[in-house]
Write a protein that binds this ligand. Structure first.
Ligand SMILES: Nc1ncnc2c1ncn2[C@@H]1O[C@H](COP(=O)(O)OP(=O)(O)OP(=O)(O)O)[C@@H](O)[C@H]1O
Length: 340
């Protein structure tokens, strides 16, 4: 659906040439929610501006549903840009216009007749859950409601692609979740392709199907979200995952565990996929008649799977541990014996 082919964007400044995007190759599939994550200055905003045609790559191509943005005429690009819309961190609403008038604005620019505009605006207001707020001004709305107006406005011209630029960064966690749920719903209902940029890993975890990690203008790692979380390879990805998990591993003192359970071994059980919620561990423990103490754990949900780990102290000899490991491995639960 979207193909970014060896795209580079260099800004020439007095001091130096800055490669904000450096030979990026990315493919985004139709109907997926694709997340780009990176720390400040990684090149995310520049990448998203290449996608909406606001910047032209210095070299390389950006292709959206078969149209190469880099070789389109200005009028054709203007038309295409109506199909690639965007929502912003600070909403970018027109403060003198009402909710309905904000949503109607892109339709006016596109020359849609008044009757049709009114019908479309009413549909969109219902879709984003703002019925009754049509005549409010943005200043009368909460942050979450403002972003709903931003989303409705972005959808007015029935876009193929919705770009989200840190769209939830100014919202509290609960409102963030509501807006993310809305994005999932509109993707499902409208078969939209969504690309979002963020520095918040939980946003990626909660709604994205696949993602890319950027550093210094380059994509350093890409893949399905569950893979990025379960098995991060690049140091930047690892940092993001660690921040998200807020890992308690370091809090685990083996001295304390040894004192409490002198005859036990400490195991780290790793989970990925739907079995995380199934009672596999308790079934296997019962089967081998073992004693188990849970020390700490962390199971997280992505948009459609779970992953995480559990530290347990367990009393068992080598043979039983071997059998336990084999049986859990059959259910895709990994077992590591921690050093003591
Ligand atoms: N118009 C410009 N002129 C010169 N340098 C620029 C321009 N736009 C971006 N840059 C530089 O390109 C690099 C990438 O910036 P970009 O804004 O794309 O990163 P980002 O990941 O979106 O960061 P942030 O989250 O802080 O916006 C930075 O070093 C930035 O200073």
């Amino acid at each position: 659906m979207i193909d970014i082919k060896k795209a580079t964007k260099t800004f020439k400044t007095k001091a130096a040439d800055i490669k904000a995007v450096d030979e990026v190759d990315l493919h985004v599939r139709q109907g997926e929610i694709f997340g780009v994550i990176g720390y400040s200055g990684a090149g995310k905003s520049t990448l998203i501006r290449l996608l909406n045609g606001l910047e032209r790559p210095t070299s390389g191509d950006v292709v959206i549903s078969g149209d190469t943005l880099t070789s389109m005429t200005r009028p054709a690009l203007r038309k295409k840009r109506q199909k690639v819309s965007m929502i912003f961190q600070h909403f970018n609403l027109l403060w003198s216009r009402t909710v309905a008038e904000n949503i109607s604005f892109p339709l006016e620019i596109a020359g849609v007749p008044k009757k049709e505009r009114e019908k479309r605006v009413a549909e969109l207001i219902a879709l984003v859950g703002l019925t009754g707020r049509e005549d409010n001004h943005p200043s009368q709305l909460s942050g979450g409601q403002k972003q709903r107006v931003g989303i409705a406005r972005a959808l007015s011209n029935r876009p193929e692609v919705l770009l989200c630029d840190e769209a939830t960064s100014a919202l509290d966690p609960e409102t963030t979740d509501e807006v993310l749920d809305l994005l999932i719903r509109i993707r499902d209902e409208m078969d939209l392709t969504i690309v979002l940029i963020t520095h918040e890993m939980h946003v990626i975890r909660k709604i994205c199907d696949r993602g890319a990690v950027m550093e210094n203008g380059k994509v350093v790692e890409t893949g399905p979200i569950i893979k990025l979380f379960q098995n991060p390879e690049h140091s930047v990805t690892k940092r993001f995952v660690k921040d998200d998990i807020n890992d308690e591993e370091s809090a685990l003192s083996f001295e304390e565990v040894k004192e409490m359970f002198p005859a036990s071994k400490v195991l780290k059980l790793g989970f990925v996929g739907s079995q995380s919620r199934a009672p596999i561990v308790s079934q296997v423990i019962k089967k081998y008649n073992l004693d188990l103490n849970i020390l700490s754990g962390n199971i997280k949900r992505t948009n459609n799977e779970s992953y995480g780990h559990l530290y347990v102290a367990i009393e068992a000899d080598e043979e039983k541990l071997g059998l336990l490991g084999e049986e859990l491995a059959e259910h895709d639960v990994t077992v590591e014996v921690e050093q003591q």
